[in-house]
Design a protein. Structure first.
Length: 454
């Protein structure tokens, strides 16, 4: 049998995967009596007059490609769709459906569709890229006249669901956990020790004591475990669907804390004023910036100012004798038409419509799109309350807080602001994951005095 290989719109990765194992492919083809009559990657180009099997890689993006595909279908006895782009449309189809967010479109290439939308497909080889073994098996089935079936890569054994521990803010799905230990290390570095390992050997999991809910075992709900989990086995409450519904009204206001605004600007690589303009493209009426530390300017010492409920719970748990110095943590005034964007997961306990900076980033990238964010004009946000001027004593991270509170206990004076997250609120648990990268993790957690290195 003769095989001809064609490519439409794709990266050609599937064909390169096959060519990279050319020796094995040619040996298999030889044993089956298969001849390659077209594959430009092998220097076999041109248009053969006839062939039995056509192997098509890539999605279809123009009327010209549709006509070419139909011509190939008329010539061959069997047509094989090779890879995700040909089988499902792949990234090419996604790109054209999100046309407003990408560039380099022209009048010729105006859509993206998988090849089965235009011709009959006899066999498919799935994957991005494909598995060479599956490709060879498909060709063998065709040559030997065996029934063509879609080859699946699914295990016969399906793992039963694991324990899921959740409360109103945090959720741990042990079935997703890869037991990397980052959450255990973060919780240990804080000194809270709510998370640890359970069982032994292949049954080992990360869990709370006796599989209790987070709030029942002394969790302060800082949210750092969720932010540093690499596989989303621990997640915090998702408010994005609620906010999307609210955005439809067109009467929504946004209040964003200064660290969340800086985090979004840094992650997107644009100015803060461009982030404000991008937020307004979400159908937001007004954007205001606030500094949670403003509460400290109106407090007389001695006093401890927790910037969220997490710091307050931390002091009550580990320094109960200092609880009398705690003032209420700052809360912005927010009505039913206001969404709060914050660098702090714990602030989700204060309001029903709260987006972390990470959630806001996902919303901006999916709804507005990076192309528009980069090209939108700049717009300044109004300030909610006064800017914080002068010196404020701020303790950032558990190590500074522990040392500072010991000194405060010995000589209670001054107004002390507490920021529990490693590196302070600028690296809070709600910040974009791009900020909470390995550098931040290494600098603030691995070197923590309480860190447990595994």
């Amino acid at each position: 049998m003769k095989v001809a290989v064609y490519t439409f719109s794709s990266c050609e990765g599937c064909r390169y995967t096959i060519v990279n194992e050319l020796g094995r492919v040619l040996e298999s083809f030889k044993s089956l009596g298969v001849e390659i009559v077209r594959e430009p990657l092998l220097g076999v180009g041109g248009e053969p007059p006839s062939y039995d099997i056509a192997v098509i890689e890539g999605a279809v993006t123009s009327k010209e490609e549709v006509n070419k595909l139909r011509d190939i279908r008329r010539k061959c006895k069997y047509l094989v769709a090779l890879g995700s782009c040909a089988v499902l449309g792949g990234i090419v189809t996604f790109m054209y459906k999100r046309k407003g967010e990408v560039t380099r479109f022209d009048e010729v290439h105006e859509f993206g569709e998988p090849i089965h939308k235009f011709v009959r497909v006899d066999a498919v080889v799935k994957g991005c890229p494909v598995k060479v073994d599956e490709f060879l098996t498909t060709i063998e089935y065709i040559v030997r006249g065996l029934p063509l079936v879609e080859l699946e890569r699914r295990f016969q054994y399906v793992k039963s669901s694991e324990r899921v521990l959740s409360d109103e803010l945090l959720k741990l799905d042990t079935g997703k956990c890869v037991v990397c230990g980052r959450c255990v290390e973060v919780c240990s570095a804080l000194g809270v020790n709510v998370l640890d390992y359970g069982f032994r050997g292949s049954s080992i999991i990360v869990t709370t004591p006796f599989f209790k809910k987070f709030k029942e075992v002394g969790c302060v709900h800082c949210g750092l475990c969720a932010s540093y989990c690499p596989v989303a086995a621990i997640t915090y409450r998702d408010d994005v669907p609620k906010v999307l519904e609210l955005l439809k009204s067109g009467n929504l206001n946004v209040v964003i804390d200064k660290w969340a605004l800086e985090g979004l600007a840094s992650s997107l690589g644009v100015s803060a004023s461009r982030v404000v303009a991008a937020l307004k493209l979400l159908n937001v009426r007004e954007v205001k910036v606030w500094d949670p530390q403003e509460v400290a300017t109106g407090v007389s010492g001695p006093a401890l100012v927790p910037l969220s409920s997490a710091e307050a719970e931390y002091v009550k748990m580990f320094y109960p004798d200092l609880s009398k110095y705690l003032v209420s943590h700052p809360k912005v005034s927010a009505d039913a038409e206001t969404v709060v964007i914050t660098s702090c997961v714990a602030r989700k306990k204060d309001f029903s419509h709260v987006l972390t900076a990470q959630e806001a980033l996902q919303l901006l990238e999916s709804v507005v799109g990076r192309e528009q964010i980069y090209n939108v004009g700049e717009e300044e946000a109004s300030r909610l309350g006064a800017d914080v001027h002068g010196s404020i004593k701020v303790l950032q991270g558990p190590d500074q807080i522990k040392e500072g509170l010991m000194k405060f206990r010995a000589c209670p004076k001054d107004v002390v602001v507490l920021q529990l997250c490693f590196g302070g609120c600028m690296y809070g648990s709600g910040q974009p994951y791009r900020l909470l990268d390995n550098v931040t993790y290494t600098n603030y957690i691995k070197n923590s005095k309480n860190s447990r290195i595994f």
